[in-house]
Design a binder for this molecule. Structure first.
Ligand SMILES: C[S@@+](CC[C@H](N)C(=O)[O-])C[C@H]1O[C@@H](n2cnc3c(N)ncnc32)[C@H](O)[C@@H]1O
Length: 431
């Protein structure tokens, strides 16, 4: 039997190999020629993929910055001393930096995954190439900010479609290939979000395949399972887990440094942060909770009778304007919801905090955005910092280790935390 090859496929394959090779040789003039080559039948040459490794040109350019001492020595037939090796490494990195900048400028996607599941930034970090890692983080921030702006722009243009958007259907309207990959991240960020590549979420789960199935309305309609160490939704997504207790304790302590303060917590979950807040003797303790089963459980546990506690049943989006209308003023606010988008979160701090928080007050949030991958966590820290700044807040971060998580994820649909350190934010009005 004879096999026929489509000549177009072969030439695409050759072009891909040429581009990947030029990227790993840090050969910018050749890359430029290949990208401009009208004969190269590739629509988006900066984002080709090697079929064996899944490497994009960015992966290839970064991987080539790792200078192996032994290979180096064998190739040159000489003993390479430490100084020579360091010089070779520095040279490779400098060239790598220029190549990566060039590729990003040509529209390379910052967070495409190779077959080992690494983004170019993950690869740089694993190889200890921190200048390249920082470049990739900055590229991620730019892409996410751009999408954030596009998101706002679309909402303004298309107000009639707001309901549809609430159903999590905002994405898909951004057309460029670069933005397509990160689209879901910016749109769906805070609580649980999925993307085609990396995941940005503040707390909980996503599936690796689809993000449309875990929306806030769907979650609020779902039946919950309360266990001693976790709260799960109907799809076994971890809504809240006991391993977060240290985070909740430190957050409560930051928010209520002295007794007698007025606090609002949005999202009761397992009641962990509310328990710590109660221990710090607030004079008023407002709790907003939207899920009927969580509300029933908190009432069963006697939360309605605790000192200073007022339970507000419903979504914060519906409750907060009423509190502002009643003139409620607070010294501290904590935000930790589930299955909400980054746009919701941004709306919360841009539009609602100002009406409720005293001038000297402070607020915090569960910072789990992108916590299943270090680079996503770093990107989102910068994005949120910029958005907070724009909304008039300054933020201080305290970093500490989270416990090692192994068995915790048994029976949970998706581990939503895989990084070593938590960064706890405390936000205040800018001077
Ligand atoms: C991650 S849990 C909070 C965990 C809590 N910090 C603790 O220490 O146990 C999120 C909670 O937010 C609630 N929630 C989700 N969307 C909400 C919304 N729009 N308004 C108010 N509560 C919401 C969920 O029902 C859930 O109880």
């Amino acid at each position: 039997m004879t096999t026929t090859h489509d000549p177009l496929d072969i030439s695409v394959d050759i072009s891909t190999q040429e581009i990947i090779l030029a990227a790993s040789n840090h050969n910018i003039p050749l890359l430029r020629r290949l990208f401009r080559d009208n004969q190269t039948p590739i629509a988006n040459p900066a984002n080709v993929k090697d079929t064996d490794t899944g490497f994009t040109p960015l992966h290839a350019a970064i991987a080539a910055c790792e200078v192996d001492k032994d290979t180096d020595a064998a190739a040159n037939g000489v003993q390479v001393n430490g100084t020579e090796h360091a010089a070779a490494e520095e040279k490779a990195q400098d060239e790598g930096v220029e190549t990566v900048k060039f590729l990003l400028h040509e529209g390379a996607i910052w967070n495409d995954l190779d077959l080992a599941g690494e983004t170019p930034g993950c690869l740089a970090r694993r190889l200890g190439l921190m200048e390249l890692y920082d470049l990739m983080v900055d590229a991620g921030v730019r892409a996410e900010l751009l999408l954030g702006r596009l998101d706002g722009y679309e909402a303004l243009e298309d107000e009639e479609d707001e309901d549809e958007e609430e159903e999590g259907e905002k994405e898909g309207e951004v057309e460029s290939e670069e933005t397509a990959d990160v689209d879901a991240e910016i749109v769906d960020a805070p609580e649980l979000v999925t993307t085609t590549t990396t995941t940005i979420s503040t707390d909980a789960p996503t599936t690796t395949t689809s993000n449309t199935d875990v929306t806030n309305p769907r979650y609020l309609d779902s039946t919950l399972t309360f266990q001693h160490d976790r709260l799960l939704d109907a799809d076994q997504n971890g809504v809240m887990m006991a391993w977060e207790s240290t985070i909740m304790k430190k957050s409560a302590q930051k928010l209520l440094p002295t007794p007698g303060l007025r606090v609002l917590n949005i999202g009761h979950g397992m009641g962990i942060v509310d328990t710590f807040l109660q221990e710090l003797s607030p004079s008023e303790h407002h709790i907003v909770e939207a899920h009927a089963e969580v509300v029933a459980e908190m009432k069963r546990k006697g939360w309605a009778d605790k000192p200073g506690v007022v339970i507000h049943e419903g979504r914060w989006q519906d409750i907060l304007p009423g509190l502002v209308g009643e003139g409620v003023m607070l010294d501290a606010i904590y935000y930790d919801t589930f299955a909400e988008s980054y746009a919701d979160f941004r709306d919360f701090f841009s539009e609602h905090v100002i009406g409720l928080l005293e001038q000297e007050g402070r607020w915090s949030f569960f910072n789990g955005m992108g916590a299943d991958r270090q680079i996503s966590y770093d990107v989102y820290q910068k994005v949120v910092e910029m958005d907070l700044f724009e909304a008039g807040f300054e933020v201080e971060w305290e970093e500490f280790e989270v416990p090692k998580l192994d068995g915790e994820w048994d029976g949970v649909r998706r581990p939503y935390w895989s990084i070593e350190k938590y960064r706890l934010p405390v936000c205040k009005y800018m001077d």
